[in-house]
Ligand binder design. Structure first.
Ligand SMILES: Nc1ncnc2c1ncn2[C@@H]1O[C@H](COP(=O)(O)OP(=O)(O)O)[C@@H](O)[C@H]1O
Ligand SMILES: [Mg+2]
Length: 405
């Protein structure tokens, strides 16, 4: 089993998938823009070969170089777990005639308008939406859709350039801030709670499923710096309140022609209980969501994803033991973190339930909270009872403070 894995060392968690591939017996052919010379020996040993390319995002160039590099060698899979590379992986598969999702299928997971059209065509509930390329198209769409609405890039990430618009005046304001965006989705604003639906799937059938609750919704978290965003995996997936979302998620996978691998969907639960599709990617969720899922079940999804990708087999128990909460912190003040307040007391109270504490230490420059949800670090806590996990997460949100100056 020879597997070409795109961007095997970046973002950092990709190293775990590289390890997983190697552990399930694959020969890993890495392609990335990082120089292999920078890889530590215990990472290098996972590779059978590695091709450094000058620009991993330059699809035509990468395809030409990989074709040259592999000449005379057969490979069995081309896979990627990083959103900007999923289409490139599909193009390479088509080029080499390998199994896996086609470019057309993958585009359904990448283009926010196309995905909504395909999901809606299957009779599933999506926000009313239109693709808009110009200011006048946006005005016309807003007229049809009504306020409040959401204006966001067609291929966005991390809520960047996403605006909630409540009036015609706000629309003009948002449009002025979006002039650098080529294509946007203008859509009905869905009121309600927001969740994920994550899977590791085999031929579009979930071998593993997860739901996580966003507290608050990602757009609110990205708009207000003072918020310590919390995301909690839900231990009890059998609870009635989640069934509509889980059923929606399964049907979305079918409607979009999912193959093997990770999916990360977001959905809304309206006050009347209706589940509404948000978006989906054919790759894992970021910001440590895979770590959270691993801590939920005490499993290794990095390796099980690899097993699924190579052998269409998932071998871990999916018994859910914990609700796992992650709390992202943003320091008060700009510049460099100077101190952490309340952490000792927090660990005295809840230390037994803390599985990771990765807050930036004094002396470290702050991260850009708009660019990375991880912000200035995080605390991961878990508990079998939902309320206990939530309370511990909220306590970390309010009682632990990073100060910067
Ligand atoms: N139609 C909508 N109704 C309500 N909120 C939305 C809608 N679309 C997006 N949002 C908010 O904006 C966030 C970012 O949008 P999303 O489509 O998930 O893009 P991204 O790829 O940036 O995550 C969502 O998590 C949600 O909080
Ligand atoms: Mg999203």
């Amino acid at each position: 089993m020879k597997v070409v894995f795109l961007a095997p060392s970046y973002p950092p968690e990709m190293r775990q998938y590289t390890r997983g591939l190697s552990e399930v017996g694959a020969q890993v052919y890495g392609v990335g823009d990082a120089p292999a010379a920078t890889f530590p020996p215990d990472f290098k040993r996972y590779f059978s070969d590695y091709l450094q390319v000058p620009r991993i995002m330059d699809e035509d160039d990468v395809i030409a170089r990989v074709t040259d590099w592999l000449r005379g060698r057969e490979v069995d899979r081309v896979v990627a777990n990083w959103e900007p590379l999923v289409v490139l992986a599909a193009r390479l598969r088509e080029r080499f005639g390998l199994p896996g999702m086609s470019v057309d299928t993958v585009l359904g997971f990448r283009d926010k308008q196309l995905m909504k059209q395909r999901v809606a065509a299957a009779g599933l509930r999506v926000p009313r939406a239109a693709r808009v390329r110009t200011v006048s198209e946006a005005r016309a769409a807003a007229e049809r859709i009504g306020y409040p609405l959401i204006l966001k890039p067609i291929a966005g990430a991390g809520s960047a350039d996403t605006h909630k618009v409540e009036s015609a005046a706000q629309l003009e304001q948002a449009l002025r801030q979006m002039l650098h965006i080529g294509e946007a989705s203008c859509e009905e604003f869905i009121e309600g709670d927001e969740f994920t639906f994550d899977t590791v799937s085999i031929d579009g059938q979930p071998a593993f499923m997860n739901v996580a609750s966003y507290l608050p919704k990602p757009l609110v978290a990205r708009t207000n710096e003072w918020v310590s965003p919390v995301v909690i995996t839900v231990r009890d997936m059998a609870q009635p309140a989640l069934q509509a979302g889980i059923e929606l998620g399964r049907k979305v996978l079918y409607a979009l022609g999912m193959g093997d691998g990770f999916t990360h969907m977001e959905w809304f639960r309206k006050p009347d209980g209706e589940a509404v599709f948000g978006e989906i990617g054919c790759r894992p969720g970021g910001a440590h969501l895979v770590d959270q899922m691993n801590y939920t079940c005490d499993i290794d999804l990095f390796r099980e994803w690899a097993r699924v990708s190579c052998w269409k087999s998932f071998e871990s128990s999916a018994e859910r033991k914990y609700n796992v909460a992650i709390v992202f912190k943003r320091a008060l003040g700009q510049g460099t973190v100077t101190r952490i307040e309340g952490l000792e007391e927090y660990l005295r109270r809840f230390g037994a339930h803390v599985v990771e504490e990765r807050l930036l230490r004094p002396g470290t420059p702050r991260r850009n909270w708009k660019q990375t949800l991880v912000s200035d670090g995080y605390i991961l806590v878990r508990h079998p009872e939902w309320e206990a996990a939530k309370q511990m997460a909220f306590a970390a949100a309010t009682d632990v403070r990073l100060i910067a100056a």
